[in-house]
Design a protein around this ligand. Structure first.
Ligand code: UDP
Length: 245
C-alpha cells in the first residue's frame, strides 16, 4: 500500500531538490563497447544503463527470420546488484514485458525493411536502477542503434512523467515512482512529433493527462538535444583522430 510520504515541500521542491519540471542530471556516451556493432551508455539520476547492438546479422533460430524485414529483438535485464534488495538473476515477467515495450517503442524509428532475413539484437543491461529505467533504456538504445549504423527515421527519446502529491512532475525517481499517485512513461520520435510509447499507471484526469503529456514533450526535447550532442561528439572525435578535420 502507498504511504503518506511527503514528496513535495512547501517551496515546491521535490525530495531530491528538483523543481516539478526539472530533469535529473543526464549523461550519454556513445561507442562504449568495442565488440558490439553499436553501443551507448546513459546515466540519468541514479540510473546507469549500458546498451549493446549487434546486427544486422544472421537469424538463429532460422525460422524466426522475416522475408521482408529485419527481426528486432530486445533484451532488458536488471543486474542482481542494480537495486537495494538483490534481484533474482532469472528474468521475471517485468523484464520480459519491459523488453517487449522497449522493442515496440524503437521499431517505428527503424528502416527494418532494408535488411530482410536478418536480426538486429539490442541488449540492455541495467547496472543501477532508480526509477524510469525503461525510458532511460529507450533513449540509450536509440543511440546504440544509430551508432551501429542502422538507418532510422529519427532517434527515439523517452521520459516518464507522473503525479506526485497531486502535482504533475517530470522524470520520476524511484521514490516518486513508488509512492506517487501515477506514472506515465512516454517515448517519441521528436523531429516527427510521433509518440511510439505511452503507458499509464495510476489515475489522471483529462486535464492532468494533457499537462503530463506536454511536460513529457518538453523533457523529451531537452533529452533529444543531449542524445544528438553525444552522437556528434563521438563522430567529431573520430574525424579528429583520423585527421579528417
Ligand atoms: N525496482 C526494484 N526492484 C525490482 C524492480 C524495480 O527496486 O525488482 C525499482 C527500480 O528502481 C525501478 C523502479 O523500481 O527503476 C520502477 O520500476 P518500474 O517497474 O516502474 O519500471 P521503470 O520505472 O524502471 O521503467
Amino acid at each position: 500500500m502507498k504511504s503518506k510520504l511527503k514528496l513535495i515541500d512547501e517551496s515546491g521542491r521535490r525530495i531530491d531538490g528538483r523543481l516539478l519540471d526539472e530533469l535529473r542530471p543526464l549523461r550519454f556516451e556513445v561507442g562504449i563497447l568495442k565488440n558490439a556493432d553499436g553501443s551507448a551508455y546513459i546515466e540519468q539520476g541514479g540510473n546507469k544503463i549500458a546498451v549493446a547492438v549487434y546486427g544486422p546479422r544472421e537469424v538463429h533460430p532460422r525460422h524466426q527470420a522475416r522475408p521482408d524485414r529485419a527481426l528486432l529483438r530486445t533484451k532488458y535485464r536488471m543486474a542482481t546488484f542494480s537495486v537495494k534488495d538483490r534481484k533474482s538473476p532469472t528474468p521475471g515477467r517485468r523484464e520480459i514485458e519491459i523488453s517487449k515495450v522497449i522493442r515496440e517503442a524503437l521499431e517505428p524509428a527503424l528502416l527494418l525493411e532494408k535488411f530482410p532475413r536478418t536480426a538486429i539484437d539490442v541488449f540492455i543491461e541495467v547496472l543501477q536502477a532508480d526509477g524510469g529505467t525503461r525510458c532511460a533504456s529507450i533513449s540509450a538504445a536509440a543511440l546504440a542503434l544509430a551508432d551501429a549504423g542502422i538507418p532510422m527515421r529519427d532517434l527515439v527519446t523517452a521520459v516518464a512523467v507522473g503525479k506526485v502529491d497531486g502535482r504533475i512532475v517530470l522524470d520520476l525517481n524511484h521514490l516518486e515512482d513508488q509512492y506517487g499517485e501515477g506514472d506515465m512513461p512516454v517515448a517519441m520520435m521528436p523531429s516527427l512529433n510521433a509518440i511510439t510509447l505511452l503507458q499509464c499507471d495510476g489515475t489522471f484526469t483529462l486535464e492532468e493527462f494533457k499537462e503530463a503529456l506536454e511536460l513529457a514533450k518538453k523533457g523529451i526535447g531537452v533529452i533529444y538535444e543531449k542524445q544528438r550532442e553525444a552522437l556528434r561528439s563521438k563522430y567529431l572525435d573520430a574525424l579528429k583522430t583520423y585527421r579528417v578535420i
